[in-house]
Design a protein around this ligand. Structure first.
Ligand code: XIL
Length: 665
């Protein structure tokens, strides 16, 4: 189980929270100075240029009272969500006793600054007064209808208010309906009713269902997917799905966010990130700031990549007013600005993701302290002090020149960490090394200082390894084959194998096509319908080479049209009664592009398909046939795509779908 990201119970905590933050800021001196913004132009300009919104959750008190807060609110954002002011407890604390002061304040601010407002939230189990929770079924439904009619109706003709969260957080973590007072009193029909009442109250508003822990593909998001699909099939007016996006660096990034958005988009709904924040375990460090910045760019990039994603709302913008410290003890610093309104790396990350990296011109710092260690007759280990960067270092280039002077430096490898091992060197030979850092926008640092290395003369070991034997090929496709052999032995140690290949079934010459440190090798990039011969030989650290092995001849498959495909399937989650297979990865193993694919597989007895995405699956008896979706049939040679599905199975049955094969077309 992933640790819960949002506690189930949320009380009304704003006042407590503000008091806590005020207390803390009186005593805690910030340890980090915020990094300077290299960014040019406010966030909203870049978002608008790409047809998206970038928004924030507004707290009414600083919006009314703090100039610094107001300035950022109006300059940087083109969308606002009320953090609390439109919730039931704020608007209708007792039956038909209305208070629109906070809601109106936010809508007026938005109108004055040309910002759109997303109404949050009409029906939720939290921050809803006791008088509602205690009603019987008929009265509760009426109260819900009145509330929606009055609140959504008030802004129906207001040009700023364009969308609503109609229901919020209706699922539990396993994908069942949350056992809220709404569900317990009215059953799941409250959801469809709420959407219909909202459509009646404001026919032009975009109506959303919103939840947390649904950013990735999992049981909860799949339940949401199934519900949205079924509601729309019944003409219930669900227009949009909100992914809250309360992320935490210690739980990892939901790396299938974009794919998840894409599967919802394929249902015909708009998607949006509604409450983004990325909390860290306190205290702040620059390493945590960097990780956090990466999460922010990942989310913005995912939204940019999905046409149906309307934009991203951040759950506040300054750490001075964030719900995180009060809700998640010892966590915080989740937003773009620190408590003194200084921009953090997260700001720059959002900015640069919105403008596609074009305005990040700041190069990483130069790697320093480059040192060599573990020098043998054929290898050296390099390490250096990591560079820093305003948005994050993406990697390092390793450069090498021959000898102790002269010659030119050429790139011999890359590393994503601050170390690199260079192998395959000659004994008794000098080399010079340098490294440089890169960021995601392609800015490179200056090169580090040079370190000169002379490999050892070897051990005087002149005994070659034994000859690799039993070379065999398996798993040959139209573009690849897998070689295995019996490992060699050596008086010191085998350090690796050279893989040699010759064209055809006879003639030609053997040339080296790769190396391996194990007794196997996969050779890819082959032509269909073509023969090749392979041999391997072993090496030791002193550079002694064995005789070559037996020769194995391989003929790749034809792939018919020149295209061919393979499939691998992964069980992502399973529970008593069901499972999700995701990703099911389809790869074009052929030499020419394909425009469609078909995967067949077997469903064990009494397993039934209950959800699917990024593919079109039909079943006949136990045989399932998955065809590509309209947008993922075209694959270049070597390219992959994925689809997924959810299956219901009898309780106690641990089997999963099997026998996946891929064919084209
Ligand atoms: C939070 C607010 O930020 C806090 O000020 C309040 O005390 C509790 O609610 N999911 C939602 C939001 O849909 O409405 C919540 O907002 C955060 C989690």
């Amino acid at each position: 189980m992933t640790p819960p990201r949002v506690p189930v119970h949320r009380a009304r905590r704003r006042l407590v929270q503000l008091a806590v933050v005020a207390l803390l800021s009186a005593f805690v001196v910030p340890v980090l100075s915020a990094s300077p913004a290299s960014a040019s132009g406010p966030l909203r300009t870049h978002a608008a240029a790409r047809g998206k919104f970038i928004g924030f959750a507004a707290a009414t008190s600083p919006l009314a009272n703090e100039a610094a807060y107001r300035t950022i609110a109006q300059t940087e954002f083109n969308q606002i969500t009320a953090e609390n002011a439109m919730k039931w407890d704020a608007t209708e604390s007792s039956d038909n006793n209305w208070n629109f002061s906070g809601a109106d304040q936010i809508v007026a601010f938005a109108a004055a600054n040309n910002q759109q407002v997303h109404g949050h939230t009409l029906v939720w189990h939290s921050q809803t007064p006791g008088w509602v929770q205690g009603l019987g079924a008929t009265a509760m439904r009426t109260a819900m209808q009145d509330h929606i009619a009055t609140l959504a109706g008030r802004y129906a003709n207001n040009a700023s208010v364009v969308s609503w969260d109609v229901v919020n957080e209706v699922f539990d973590e396993n994908g069942g309906f949350r056992s809220s007072f709404w569900y317990n009193t009215l059953g799941q029909s409250f959801i469809a009713d709420a959407f219909r009442y909202a459509r009646a109250a404001d026919p032009d508003a975009r109506l959303c269902i919103n939840d947390y822990n649904v950013e990735g593909i999992n049981a909860k998001s799949t339940a949401m997917y199934n519900l949205v699909q079924s509601l729309r099939a019944q003409n219930v007016p669900v227009d949009c799905v909100g992914f809250q996006g309360h992320l935490a660096t210690q739980y990892g990034f939901p790396s299938d966010l974009q794919q998840n958005m894409q599967r919802f988009a394929a249902l015909g709904v708009q998607v949006r990130v509604t409450e983004l924040d990325v909390r860290i375990v306190m205290p702040r460090t620059s390493a945590k700031d960097t990780t956090q910045a990466t999460y922010y760019s990942n989310v913005v990039n995912a939204c940019m990549a999905v046409t149906a994603c309307a934009g991203v709302t951040i759950w506040g913008f300054t750490d001075k007013y964030s719900w995180v410290p009060d809700t998640f003890p010892s966590e915080g610093a989740a937003l773009l600005y620190d408590a003194n309104y200084q921009q953090k790396p997260a700001y720059t990350a959002v900015h640069n993701a919105l403008d596609n990296g074009t305005s990040d011109t700041q190069a990483p710092s130069t790697p320093s302290n480059l040192t060599a260690s573990g020098i043998t007759s054929s290898s050296v280990n390099l390490s250096w002090t990591a560079s820093t960067d305003n948005v994050g270092v993406a990697g390092y280039d390793i450069l090498r020149a021959p000898g102790t002077s002269g010659g030119s430096f050429t790139q011999v490898g890359t590393s994503t960490t601050a170390s690199f091992s260079n192998t395959g060197l000659s004994a008794n030979t000098s080399y010079r090394y340098q490294v440089r850092a890169r960021d995601a926008a392609g800015n490179t640092s200056s090169v580090s200082s040079t370190v000169t290395v002379t490999t050892t003369g070897g051990t005087g070991d002149t005994q070659a390894p034994s000859t690799p034997s039993s070379l065999a090929a398996a798993g040959t496709t139209s573009s690849s084959t897998n070689l295995t052999w019996t490992a060699s032995t050596d008086n010191v140690a085998v350090t690796g194998y050279d893989i040699l290949r010759a064209p055809g079934t006879s003639g030609g010459t053997f040339t080296q096509v790769g190396t391996s440190t194990t007794a196997s090798f996969s050779n890819t990039g082959l032509s269909a319908n073509t023969s090749y011969r392979y041999q391997v030989r072993a090496r030791d650290a002193a550079g002694n080479v064995s005789a070559v092995s037996n020769t194995v001849t391989v003929t790749t498959t034809g792939g018919g049209t020149g295209g061919g495909c393979s499939v691998t399937a992964t069980v992502q989650t399973s529970w008593n009664g069901g499972y999700v297979m995701q990703p099911v990865t389809v790869t074009n193993t052929g030499t020419s592009a394909i425009t469609s694919w078909t995967v067949t597989f077997t469903l064990p007895p009494n397993h039934s398909l209950v959800g699917q995405w990024n593919g079109v699956i039909s079943t006949s008896g136990g045989t399932a046939t998955a065809k590509n979706a309209p947008y993922n049939g075209s694959l270049a040679p070597g390219a992959s795509t994925t689809f997924g599905f959810q299956v219901a199975r009898p309780n106690g049955d641990g089997n999963t779908a099997y026998g996946f094969t891929c064919t084209t077309p």
